[in-house]
Design a protein around this ligand. Structure first.
Ligand code: FES
Length: 171
């Protein structure tokens, strides 16, 4: 596996994709791994990229798009400047994680997996972040946010987002 890097230019990203495709001999069986690699390096899976990968792996574009949109871990839209992930794993779900996700969807007017139209904020969910003792919880950029009640937690997420936005602090 090619180690993750912060590629500086589109050409660097393109070269890295070429390298991973060559490494897998352009095998259609490598689709999932190639999609993971692409997402790691582009941040999401643009439609044009999916089309190119379909061509390179000799797969129907509809199949590649279908796989990318089926699996929860793949993003078809870029993340917002600030990104919130809500844990809906078992421990968090029991303590209201799913309700928290619904509350944040309501407050921000976007659904899980979406980015606000102005690109300021995006929201998604994950199945267990491995810190179940803190359940329920959300992660805003790199900050873990936890609270006793769902309302308090949603308030904290909004407050933290407002602070980050006002200081122009990026992740
Ligand atoms: S279930 Fe949420 S951190 Fe484990």
């Amino acid at each position: 596996m090619i180690p993750h890097q912060d590629y500086k230019t589109e050409a660097d990203r393109h070269d890295a994709m070429e390298q991973i495709l060559r490494q897998h001999r352009h095998s259609p069986d490598a689709l999932i791994e190639v999609l993971h690699f692409a997402q790691e390096n582009y941040g999401y899976l643009p439609r044009e990229l999916l089309g190119r990968l379909a061509e390179q792996l000799k797969l129907p574009p509809s199949l590649v798009y279908g796989v990318a949109s089926f699996y929860h871990g793949f993003r078809l839209e870029p993340r917002g400047r600030h990104h919130c992930t809500v844990c809906t794993g078992t421990s968090c779900h029991i303590k209201g994680g799913t309700a928290l996700l619904a509350e944040l969807e309501r407050r921000f007017g976007i659904s899980c997996g979406e980015t606000a139209p102005d690109g300021s904020f995006s929201l998604d969910s994950v199945r267990c972040l491995g810190v179940c003792d803190l359940a329920p919880l959300a992660v805003l950029d790199d900050d873990i946010i936890s609270a006793e009640t769902i309302d308090a937690l949603a308030d904290k997420v909004c407050q933290c987002l407002a602070e980050k936005s006002s200081t122009g602090k990026s992740p």
